[in-house]
Ligand binder design. Sequence first.
Ligand code: CMC
Length: 438
Amino acid sequence: MADQDRRNTETFTLTNNATGEEFELPVLEGSVGPKVIDVRRLYAETGYFTYDPGFTSTGSCESNITYIDGDEGILLYRGYPIADLAEYSDYTEICYLLLYGDLPNNEQKEKFDFDITYHTMLHEQLIQFYRGFRRDSHPMAIMCGVVGALSAFYHDSLDISDPWHRMVASYRTIAKIPTIAAQAYKYSIGQPFIYPRNDLSYAENFLYMMFSTPAEPYEISPILARAMDRTLILHADHEQNASTSTVRLAGSSGANPFACIAAGIASLWGPAHGGANEAVLNMLQEIGDKKNIPEFIKKAKDKDDPFRLMGFGHRVYKNFDPRARVMQESCHEVLGELGVTNEPLLELAIELERIALEDEYFVERKLYPNVDFYSGIIFRAMGIPVSMFTVLFAVARTVGWIAQWNEMVEDPNQKIGRPRQLYLGETERPYVALDKRG
Ligand code: CMC
């Protein structure tokens, strides 16, 4: 779309109080959501930058993929509400939707599933790569390394100016990521790697590669496969979050997609982002008992204490996280299927949620449970070790990263990402020779 088409009749006038100079800024309007003040010409025409650490008021790109209204608790993938997608769709359909913009018809779905399925195996030599890691490595560390290494193995899809290369690299990444993740897990527990099976769905295959062994047949529970599929759907994309922005920033220099996704995985690892699901479970274990909740709530409110209630709060959702609602339902289904009637950690989580939601500190700041508050409990019930929680998030988010990367590469307005700064360091000073320094 041309700039002119997005331009609103509104403008913003900036007045410099020192000089009296005025500068008019255009306002752009998307299909839905807040209007945007276009500051692109600001520096060239006024000599001033904007300052916005954490990008709390800054849009970095145009996008057609995902829309969030944090006040209303709305999350749409290509216009479809997340709750409907979680209820009626499946993960590969979501992958198609995010990549191509529309839901597939039968034929398109069949072909897409076939293409993804037939890219799930890894280059045999890549499998040797795992042996370079210590057995006790965190699986996210292995993920960063192995995904980054894909660019050393798949040279034939690295020309980002070629749409065919971009598509092959996209399919490969989406298809291989569960295999890479499952092998990272198998490596950490010393079990043989399990090769993917083409007769299984994406979620079934992932469970199969993680939990089966060559020694005995592994039966995949349809309820657990559905819960895994739903978890993948809920985490598939989330507009310009830290890891997605990292992928876009890395890609803005023309870096290859595998390297960009590895950068996204590294960014996701932090406890304020994808690492939160692991941190929630560690926190619940540390709290240990309902009677200790008030002490931890007190710590979370204490500004001198770095502790935060993990799984609470979100940069964008200031009402509720729509993903958390679906996740909470799924959590009860999974525990029911597994016959877990009194999971002490779930009871602890529910009590923690109740107490926090009644506390003035959390109410005032609109801090609600986010998606990660419940996902950890589901993963634990499924037998997934805590260190794999963020890996699961990375598997799910890979399609979002790759869809956003493709959108960026195809965007005619795309430029290398290069933020500016407010410099507070020393001004220019003369070099002092070593023997003259005090
Ligand atoms: N526990 C206690 N206080 C909190 C928390 C929390 N979890 N989250 C925010 N606050 C307070 C914060 O101290 C600040 O208080 P004040 O206004 O008095 O200084 C206020 O709430 C606003 O917080 P903020 O840090 O300005 O908010 P943010 O938008 O920068 O941070 C967040 C968002 C998700 C990083 C943060 O809420 C947090 O660290 N939550 C815990 C980690 C977590 O669960 N992350 C998963 C996010 S969902 C999955 C994903 O998309 O990655």
